[in-house]
Ligand binder design. Structure first.
Ligand SMILES: [Zn+2]
Length: 324
């Protein structure tokens, strides 16, 4: 059956029909808002390369979390900016550090909110790499010890979920074992399973002050050219016990989100990263694009690719736009 019997435009003829046959919808339920936290009080310091994003203290992060919750957004993911960094990233598992303090504050004020803690060393090491150095390279197995301590520390502070973003081999199994040892059987692991090295995270590194002081992260994060290897990374993390699998960055990896959706039965999360955010913001501020519409289309494309959850800096403004 073909034209003229078939006319695909029939179902696009008016907004009502389009609404009825729309295949993908984004709702606030799908979104996770990233928050950058530091110690102190009353802090709301703008991040220059990420217009609309701020470094927050535990009290202002709690206000932000409450506003997000009221907008229907169920989860936040926390990144810490410590007061002191050292070569072995000890601040990552300091129970009085910014992330445990913020977890505690948010869970006390908005107990139903899902609070996720990013687990990595790069925000806490003076060299800015995602683990413990051995010479000029990151030592995989020594780094696992740090990740285990950090994950347990965040679970103890009340995190519902920990999200390792370091890309060490074996970290999901190591973290699961450590959590279970301390009887955090129900703490969820969302692994950054396929995470790529590249220029995608530039604005984030300004925000978290985590730029590597030498070299790059290509010996542990993936090569953006590799699709099959991404699937191996994801399958490995599933075998090790990851509850949710993440692909990062999102817009550069829509094919991999689709691969994950078709081959895995875990929920799939995608991280709409800082460069994706800042490019839209910069073009929007210049009046070169319809920013609000592009935010809609960005989130919709990631969802259509197969993501169940989207970590996005647009979360709050997008949810607010629904009220207008
Ligand atoms: Zn890292």
């Amino acid at each position: 059956m073909a034209f003229p019997i078939q006319r695909l435009r029939r179902l696009r003829a008016n907004p009502t029909l389009r609404r009825m046959v729309r295949e993908t919808k984004v709702t606030p339920d799908d979104l996770i808002a990233p928050l950058f936290v530091q110690l102190g009080a009353g802090v709301r310091a703008p991040i220059p390369s990420m217009p609309g994003q701020f470094r927050l203290s535990p009290d202002t992060a709690t206000e932000e979390a409450r506003a997000l919750w009221q907008l229907g957004i169920p989860a936040v993911i926390l990144f810490g900016i410590p007061e002191h960094k050292d070569s072995s990233g000890r601040a990552a598992y300091d129970p009085d550090g910014p992330v445990p303090t913020a977890i505690n504050a948010i869970k006390s004020a908005v107990p139903e909110m899902c609070v996720i803690a990013d687990v990595c060393a790069c925000e806490y090491t003076d060299h800015g790499h995602c683990g413990i150095l051995h010479g000029q390279t990151v030592h995989n197995d020594l780094t696992l010890e740090l990740l285990k301590r950090a994950a347990v520390c965040y679970a103890r502070a009340g995190a519902d979920m920990v999200a390792p973003s370091d890309m060490m081999d074996g970290r999901v199994a190591a973290i699961r074992q450590a959590l279970d040892e301390f009887e955090y059987f129900d703490t969820v692991i969302m692994s950054y399973a396929a995470k790529f090295a590249g220029a995608f995270y530039g604005p984030f590194r300004d925000a978290a002050d985590s730029t590597p002081q030498f070299g790059d992260r290509r010996s542990y994060q993936m090569d953006i050219a590799n699709r099959r290897e991404a699937m191996r990374e994801m399958e490995t993390d599933v075998e090790e016990g990851a509850d949710i699998i993440m692909v990062k960055p999102a817009l550069f990896c829509l094919d991999l989100i689709r691969d994950a959706r078709e081959r895995l039965n875990q929920p799939i999360c995608a991280y709409n990263v800082s460069s994706e955010y800042s490019m839209l913001k910069a073009a929007g501020q210049n009046g070169w694009i319809n920013e609000a519409q592009l935010i809609d289309e960005t989130l919709l494309s990631i969802k259509r690719a197969g993501a169940d959850l989207i970590i996005t800096y647009h979360a709050r403004e997008w949810a607010e736009s629904l009220l207008k």
